[in-house]
Design a protein around this ligand. Structure first.
Ligand code: XIL
Length: 337
């Protein structure tokens, strides 16, 4: 058995994918790959706030529950994604905040209830939670002195203390789940270590204060047009590990420019080498850091990826092509495991 999940299990690592919960059971080739190759799954959208509470006070857990059941049937650990994020919030919440009917005190109560209810609903069924997502400033954003993004929705309304609070609330609801801070550009992908340093200092302080944070999720969204400093990536992962934190690669993909969104053939032939190479560096960094517990790709195949929708002209980011055939990056990971 040379599946990724079997190879990874020999070194105590889980290998995963983001999943479109609606495809499980309905799209057979897709479902077979998810079941056969991966030992952890992350709902790409099904656990986000807009998905689970589309109208105020009315929960819809259906898709997320189905994904959890699928994972249990196939011996897969679930990464819960994500509890506090500025994107994919329900319309009733963003509208209420914008028109002033939801003030900040009430917003805090609403967030507290959301975190408590969602973590409670999945208690004992989620291995890792991405508790807070993307609250630190990138180079093009405005950092506060502590490096948090001054313009982040949650930091702006509730202040920096909310980060510690969401971890406390999540821990209370499920004391056994691993609670992660998840972000991108935190291992030097942007060519600087500014964001890494801010996250590092901040979580170090949280740990010293006894805040229940267990780990760091490095998203791992790479692009072949930018260099990738594999050495710094590994050093940064290790630095988090040395704080006593677990680390995980949570959303790996390596995008490149393509001829068109349907075929997704790289326009630069060299990208066909750069892509497996960068995937390989991402995986090897995780393998070399003892505290790295999982490596997750952000989607199964190029026919179902956020990349063409988000980065104009780009694609080819995942391990399987638009026809669900394994790509060179897949074989490279197999060899590395
Ligand atoms: C993306 C999903 O892949 C898309 O399907 C959705 O439309 C938007 O969100 N960082 C994250 C993920 O933490 O939740 C995002 O997922 C990609 C960037």
């Amino acid at each position: 058995d040379t599946s990724l999940r079997t190879l990874a299990s020999k070194q105590g690592l889980r290998i995963g994918t983001a999943v479109d919960a609606a495809k499980l059971g309905t799209d057979k080739p897709y479902t077979d790959i998810v079941a056969g190759q991966f030992s952890t799954v992350t709902p790409e959208n099904a656990m986000k706030w807009e998905s689970v509470e589309p109208s105020r006070g009315v929960y819809d857990w259906k898709q997320a529950d189905e994904l959890v059941r699928f994972a249990q049937q196939h011996g897969q650990a679930v990464r819960g994604h994500t509890l506090m994020w500025h994107n994919q919030l329900p319309g009733w919440l963003t509208t209420g905040v914008a028109n002033g009917t939801i003030g900040d005190t009430q917003l805090r109560d609403i967030l507290h209830r959301h975190v408590t209810d969602e973590v409670t609903h999945f208690k004992g069924k989620v291995w890792q939670w991405d508790v807070a997502n993307e609250v630190f400033a990138n180079a093009w954003e405005t950092p506060r002195a502590d490096g948090l993004n001054a313009d982040d929705f949650w930091i702006g309304h509730l202040g920096p203390g909310v980060v510690a609070d969401v971890f406390r609330w999540a821990h209370k609801a499920d004391p056994k789940a691993l609670l992660m801070y998840n972000d991108y550009n935190i291992t030097g992908e942007d060519g600087t270590n500014v964001k890494f340093q801010a996250v590092y200092d901040f979580v170090k302080k949280l740990r010293a204060q006894g805040v229940p944070i267990d780990g760091i999720g490095e998203q791992g969204h790479l692009d072949t047009q930018y260099g990738f400093d594999a050495r710094r990536y590994q050093d940064d992962l290790q630095a988090f590990g040395d704080l006593g934190l677990k680390v995980a690669v949570t959303e790996a993909d390596v995008r490149t420019f393509v001829d068109n969104a349907t075929d997704q053939v790289p326009t630069d032939a060299l990208a066909q080498y750069a892509q497996p190479y960068e995937f390989s560096e991402l995986l090897k960094g995780c393998e070399l850091v003892r505290q790295c517990v999982s490596f997750t790709a952000w989607g199964v195949y190029d026919g179902d990826s956020w990349i063409p929708d988000t980065f104009s002209g780009e694609g080819y980011g995942l391990l399987y092509d638009v026809n669900l055939k394994p790509k060179p990056a897949y074989s490279t990971l197999q060899q590395d495991l």
